[in-house]
Design a binder for this molecule. Structure first.
Ligand code: SAM
Length: 227
């Protein structure tokens, strides 16, 4: 009974991966992966006691104590060398929080072959961090569920530094290659919201005309992207 969002995250986890799910809350994602027979070992990291206890309960309910280890820890501090984690999933939080978790846990990223990240907002900032830290984006997904649109970014360490343009950082290099209906919907909604904001600003006359022109210009770029 995994959500559409987490089902899509799960689909990107390699078979037999050793997974650290950071900010796991109920540990639904690692539990589903183990119950499906896709993986045998996962760490469910949580920094808040309530969600940590949710994870513990879920693990016990399915008798997954040998397969999923819950840890009360901040970010990647949940990972120990003995776990031999090769895949990290971080889902359901803002891009800037995901960036800070990765940035503060850099020493734990050695040996990790794949990051599967599902930011709720701030995707551009997250892609920027990946680029700055020599990650290559392997694939991306965009999914809609209950009126919300979610992006999923898969990244792997690369030997050669990868360069993405600001355009690719904003929209996603793989999402741009296959502009599906959800992508178009996401950016159409963005355009509607921004146009309202710009009109309000204009009426309030609190924002310089130059700034409004700038915002409008950016909207033209977005319109171009979904054209
Ligand atoms: N990953 C699940 C999902 O996608 O459905 C749960 C998402 S929930 C909205 C975000 C969780 O991240 C919360 O339970 C919160 O306690 C946890 N979290 C926030 N910052 C964290 C950190 N620095 N380290 C570990 N967990 C964190």
């Amino acid at each position: 009974h995994l959500s559409v969002r987490l089902t899509n995250v799960a689909s990107l986890v390699p078979i037999n991966a050793r997974v650290a799910d950071i900010g796991s809350d109920h540990a639904y994602l690692p539990a589903a992966l183990v119950l499906d027979g896709k993986i045998k070992y996962a760490v469910a990291g949580e920094v808040v006691r309530g969600p940590y206890e949710n994870a513990v309960r879920e693990i016990h309910a399915h008798h997954l104590e040998d397969n999923i280890i819950p840890r009360l820890a901040d970010g990647l501090a949940a990972i120990t060398a003995g776990d031999k984690i090769d895949t990290i999933t971080i889902a359901g939080m803002g891009g800037s929080l995901i960036v800070s978790i990765l940035e503060n846990g850099k020493d734990k990223l050695k040996g990790v072959k794949r990051l599967i990240l599902q930011p709720n907002v701030g995707e551009s900032q997250l892609r920027q961090w990946l680029m700055d830290n020599r990650y290559q984006i392997m694939t991306e997904k965009i999914v809609e569920e209950d009126g919300h649109i979610y992006e999923i970014i898969v990244a792997e360490p690369s030997v050669v530094p990868f360069r993405y343009s600001q355009y690719e950082l904003d929209f996603g290099p793989f999402l741009l290659e296959n502009k599906g209906p959800v992508f178009t919907q996401k950016w159409n909604e963005y355009i509607c919201r921004e146009e309202k904001v710009i009109n309000q600003m204009k009426q309030a006359q609190k924002i310089p005309v130059k700034k409004i022109a700038q915002l409008r210009k950016h909207l033209e770029v977005v319109k171009e992207a979904i054209a």
